[in-house]
Design a protein around this ligand. Structure first.
Ligand code: G6P
Length: 612
């Protein structure tokens, strides 16, 4: 939620910041703004809407500066507007600040400041924190850094903030708790950002700032301290990411690019790990903790959104292959209900960004209670990756489109490998079945390629149903979570109301919605439920619903019943979701496009939800 960028060094700050904000727009695009210092003059420009609107706003302005901070916002406190856009300035006009996160106790602080005569020009918690810092500085006659430290000890909530003072034009002060911050180390320059994407083209050396750390950043110096004012040694990491990975590469949208990247991203995820010729799966996170994992009494999958759907698929996988009971929890519910965590419980945290606030806090709580945390994360070095005891990265590369696609299939790939490995170690899978599934997994990238080869049929279906008001997505077994994911994708990028349901359960309610206007998408590939789902299709047809099916190639029954069919190659049902989800991703994309919507940045959404 919210993207932040800062620059200090010999370059012009504005172009670096604006480019960085565009890369971070996936984190929010309600408004954006920059604050620059030139000489002792603080210049602040901000605008409601996307970064492109800010660019138009500043066309004739003097933007010269070698230090600056910028923000792209996903609104929490206060509607999206020019006045609520960041950066905010303090009452004295000396300080400017940007913030990603939420200050929960801002109301009493604001009331105190109002009594002291402070004026507020926005509805944000950020402006309150900024003036709180200024007030502390004034009352204690201390440095800005000291005032910040005092303030941070008194606030409750999450933050990543960048703070500048027009009287100290050679320093950016940054701090984080719960919201990410990466600092890029250049030659006589530093870059600050919510993730590495704004930094990658300038330097590959970065420092991931930890919670409760403050960074004092000058062009040629980086000092890290904890809230107790003790210096910390910055740990420099080398970025393993190329610039091309975060650009559109000839596609119209990131979402389409990322859907099309899946043969490669799944292959990358398997590469060097799944050795089909000798039946080996190398996952050091699993290998190093195999005793803990195979003796697990229970596995709890904790995640949000699409990652939660990956957890649901994994529930079927782990219970069937490893014979370990699995629960799948929404992180936001799990964290607040004082869950029972017993010795021998494993938490598998699933997250693309590795920064989702609810997932992060749920894990912190579970860790405190003694749970073993295994992270299935895409973003290398992210907070969840660092908090986990062990893990396996999905290696899907940066996902920029707000609707998650390649990260989902990356999660399914990693979770399949983990389940197979544990099952093999436990002896709950026969050698023959183990080898069979390894071969099936190895074949997935080529099969995804098959689906992507010709999408004209899916485009036609999208065009045909784009004006529907509602959609129903149905599936059974491994394909039930795929139905949920299909419905979520459509909602996200087309704004059409869509519900996912277990196909048999639809008789207990949703069937009342069925009429000749309702498109019902069946995920009906060949598996153990096939005959049952054929009956479910009949039930919808009998009520004149429009059936769109995802069916296995060469299926001779479903296509004769369905109004429209999207085919996928044959695959073992255990890993079939890796294929059946792809047409649904494409369907959502093309419906969104047919409706003229911004599929990469759907309204009200953000890619990384770092507020609860
Ligand atoms: C947001 C994104 C979703 C994502 C969810 C969980 O809602 O828009 O695409 O599935 O957060 O994010 P995570 O990064 O933890 O997987």
């Amino acid at each position: 939620m919210c993207g932040i960028v800062g620059y200090i060094g010999s370059r012009q700050a504005y172009p670096v910041i604006i480019k960085g904000l565009k890369r971070l727009e996936y984190r929010g695009y309600d408004s954006s703004g920059v604050a620059l210092i030139e000489g002792n003059q603080l210049k602040v420009f901000k605008k409601k809407g996307k970064v492109a609107e800010l660019e138009e706003e500043v066309v004739d302005k003097n933007l010269s500066a070698h230090i600056g901070i910028g923000h792209t916002r996903w609104a929490t406190h206060g509607e999206p507007s020019d006045r609520n856009a960041h950066p905010h300035t303090s009452n004295s006009g000396n300080l400017a600040m940007i913030h990603n996160g939420i200050i929960e106790n801002y109301v009493p602080i604001k009331n105190d400041l109002l009594k002291k005569g402070y004026k507020f020009h926005s509805d944000t918690d950020t402006e309150v924190l900024l003036n709180f810092i200024e007030d502390i500085q004034k009352n204690n006659e201390c440095t800005l850094e000291q005032a910040l430290r005092i303030a941070l000890k008194r606030i409750v909530g999450a933050y990543c903030i960048l703070l500048i003072d027009k009287n100290e034009p050679d320093t950016i002060i940054a701090a984080r708790k719960g919201s990410p911050l990466v600092i890029g180390i250049g030659k006589g320059e530093h870059f600050l950002a919510s993730d590495a994407s704004p930094i990658i083209e300038y330097t590959k050396e970065v420092v991931y700032v930890n919670d409760y750390e403050i960074a004092i950043v000058k062009a040629d110096e980086l000092i890290l301290k904890n809230l107790g004012n003790e210096k910390q040694t910055p740990f420099i990491t080398k970025l393993d990411m190329e610039l091309a990975a975060i650009e559109k590469g000839g596609y119209d949208h990131f979402m389409l690019k990322e859907i099309n990247e899946q043969p490669d991203t799944i292959f990358d995820c398997l590469r060097g790990r799944l050795l089909a010729h000798n039946g080996q799966i190398n996952l050091s996170g699993v290998d190093n903790h195999i005793d803990i994992l195979k003796n697990a009494q229970r596995i709890v999958m904790v995640a949000c959104g699409t990652s939660w759907h990956a957890g649901l698929v994994a529930e079927y996988l782990f219970e069937e292959l490893c014979r370990i009971p699995v629960e799948v929890e929404y992180a936001s519910e799990f964290r607040y209900r004082n869950p029972i965590i017993n010795k021998g419980d494993i938490i598998i945290a699933i997250s693309q960004s590795g920064e989702t606030a609810d997932t992060l806090v749920a894990l912190e709580n579970a860790k405190e209670k003694g749970a073993f945390i295994f992270g299935v994360v895409n973003a290398v070095g992210s907070s969840i990756a660092r908090l986990s005891h062990a893990g396996a990265y999905t290696h899907s590369g940066p996902e920029i489109g707000v609707a998650s696609t390649k990260a989902f299939t990356g999660q399914l790939t990693v979770l399949s490998m983990i389940a197979l490995k544990i099952a093999h170690a436990k002896g709950t899978i026969s050698e023959a079945r183990y080898m069979e599934l390894i071969k099936e997994l190895e074949a997935i990238p080529e099969k995804v390629k098959e689906i992507l080869k010709d999408t004209t049929n899916i485009q036609r279906i999208a065009e045909k149903y784009k004006d529907a008001k509602d959609f129903l997505f149905l599936g059974r077994g491994y394909n039930f979570p795929v139905a949920l994911e299909g419905a979520l994708k459509l909602k996200e990028v087309s704004y059409i109301h869509a519900e996912g349901y277990p196909a048999a359960e639809m008789k207990h309610g949703p069937i009342a919605l069925v009429d000749e206007l309702l498109p019902v998408v069946f995920v009906a590939t060949k598996d153990r439920y096939y005959d049952k789902i054929v009956s479910n299709v009949q039930e919808i047809k009998a009520r004149k619903g429009q059936v769109i099916a995802v069916a296995t190639v060469h299926d001779s029954v479903i296509p004769t019943m369905a109004n429209d069919t999207m085919f996928v190659p044959d695959a073992d049902e255990v890993i079939a979701p890796l294929l059946s989800v792809v047409p649904l991703q494409l369907l959502s994309y093309y419906v969104g496009i047919a409706k003229g919507l911004d599929v990469d940045k759907p309204r009200n959404l953000a890619k990384s939800v770092t507020v609860e």
